[in-house]
Design a protein around this ligand. Structure first.
Ligand SMILES: [Zn+2]
Length: 129
């Protein structure tokens, strides 16, 4: 039988961050740190992290190069509260850049907002399995 379209099994592919080429990687394509080198452009791509495979803190990175000042944090908090006022069906909103994270939540019928500020945050992009 010749398969024309496969809707049954999903084969995860990896895309080179540098040249955009797409590959199906085998376990032997990964180096000991879990990254892989593009055979076309030579770029070393980050480890592919999935919902099943991720591990904190190993797979998380912090981007603390850009230090967000307090004035900007105050602006983000006001903007996020404005957002929740305009979107009453939403419960949570956030803003992040550089070393900072602002999360604002609003419980239904609450008289106010819970505001969380994170500094030196770590993040990862986790692929769906
Ligand atoms: Zn490449």
């Amino acid at each position: 039988m010749l398969i024309i379209k496969n809707n049954y099994s999903r084969i995860p592919t990896s895309i080179c961050d540098a040249c955009g080429s797409e590959f199906i990687l085998s376990p032997e394509d990964y180096n000991t740190e879990g990254s892989w080198t593009c055979p076309l452009c030579g770029y070393t791509n980050d480890k592919m992290i999935t919902v099943q495979s991720f591990k904190y803190p190993d797979d998380f990175k912090s981007d603390n190069a850009a230090k967000i000042d307090d004035e900007k944090i105050n602006e983000w908090i006001r903007n996020r509260i404005d957002y929740l006022r305009k979107h009453p069906n939403d419960f949570m909103t956030f803003e992040t850049s550089g070393d900072a994270l602002v999360v604002v939540t609003h419980e239904h019928n609450s008289i106010g907002y819970n505001v969380y500020i994170g500094r030196d945050i770590e993040e990862a992009f986790i692929l769906e399995d």
